[in-house]
Design a protein around this ligand. Structure first.
Ligand code: SF4
Length: 348
């Protein structure tokens, strides 16, 4: 739960105002491929994605909105650059949120047409500022990109919407530099009460992208900042959902599923613990039991170090003991340990 922000309704869910942190992702199939987008949206919904965003690059792509709304039950967000006409058509097509920066739309009349239809249909707007698109005026004022500049850019867009009496707004201030986005969201949380959509933009490929997102998004969430998150990875968006869930679990904002505790191994380890820990993690990936499983290298420290675990193993010399809540259950050979552990977990 984040610190106080305004509650905004997006389709059938709420973000902000103490609602659960919503996990979102973005489709990466070409906009013209309706069937491909529908298929990916269904996969994302199944994986636990709670808000799905899609790029709508032209008027022809607006038909995606209807196709996606018919295919999944999660809110659909249209990502639009500049063109107010696409925003208006997406609103008519039943989209649940629009991502557009009002300052990029152009004249006031066009902005008014967008805010009018969004008010009528109760569609919120996300202002998405990022470090690569901060206005020249602001870059000159601050002598380059900085957190204050990102926030000022977001505030300028907010003011345009407020001038049109539009307050159903969500804000993001992404940067690929973790410290920059962290500082920008921190400043914004002190100045604004609109819900914040957190993300590290262009975070990179899976491994590095998850590390950057965990540091930036996770750090902010630990400070009670943020209402919805998107982990951006150069990968299949399903990986973004897995990473987002794990970040939420790591900061204590989500429970459920198996929590694996495993030791780093040391000179006392006498079984192939690294292979075993990875095998156990993979086998329990989709297990919904809310348990902690410890995979420890040595019999002396193992059960003690993993006292908090519901079940676990501690390795010996070519063997291992299985323990439950710190009490030894049985001793098995190294060959049997994986199957025996999984069998015990299945029975829990
Ligand atoms: Fe070493 Fe045992 Fe600790 Fe693993 S549990 S790091 S093997 S002392």
């Amino acid at each position: 739960m984040a610190s106080y922000t305004k509650k905004v309704k997006i389709g059938n869910i709420y973000i902000g105002g103490g609602s659960d942190i919503a996990i979102q992702s973005m489709l990466n199939v070409p906009a013209c491929d309706i069937a491909g987008n529908v298929k990916q949206a269904k996969e994302l919904e199944k994986a636990g994605c709670e808000i799905i965003r899609t790029a709508v690059p032209d008027l022809e792509s607006v038909r995606l909105i209807d196709a996606l709304k018919n295919a999944v039950n999660v809110p659909i967000v249209a990502d639009i650059h500049f063109d107010y006409k696409i925003a208006i058509e997406c609103a008519h097509a039943g989209v649940d949120k629009i991502r557009i920066n009002p300052g990029n739309i152009g004249d006031e009349q066009k902005v008014k047409q967008v805010t009018d239809i969004c008010k009528l249909k109760q569609i919120p707007i996300r202002i998405g500022v990022n470090s690569g698109s901060v206005e020249k005026r602001i870059l000159e004022k601050y002598d380059g990109i900085c957190a204050e500049g990102l926030v000022e850019s977001a505030l300028d867009h907010v003011k345009i919407l407020e001038k049109h009496d539009f307050y159903d707004t969500v804000i993001s201030m992404k940067a690929s530099n973790v410290k920059l986005m962290y500082d920008a969201y921190t400043i914004a949380s002190q100045k604004l009460d609109y819900p914040l959509h957190l993300g590290v933009t262009e975070a990179g490929t899976k491994y590095k992208g998850i590390i950057k997102s965990a540091a930036g998004i996770g750090g902010l969430l630990l400070n009670d900042i943020g209402d919805t998150i998107r982990v951006s990875l150069t990968d299949n968006p399903i990986e973004e959902i897995k990473a987002a869930k794990d970040i939420l679990k790591a900061v204590g904002l989500k429970t459920g599923g198996v929590n694996i505790v495993s030791c780093p191994t040391c000179g006392r380890t006498k079984i192939d613990l690294i292979t075993l820990a990875n095998k156990v993690e993979k086998a329990l990936e989709n297990c919904e039991k809310d348990i902690t499983v410890a995979v420890m290298g040595c019999v002396v420290n193992g059960p003690g170090e993993a006292k908090e675990a519901d079940i676990g193993i501690a390795g010996g010399d070519g063997c291992a003991v299985i323990f439950k809540k710190g009490q030894i259950l049985k001793k098995v050979s190294e060959k049997e340990v994986f199957n025996e552990l999984i069998k015990e977990i299945e029975g829990m």
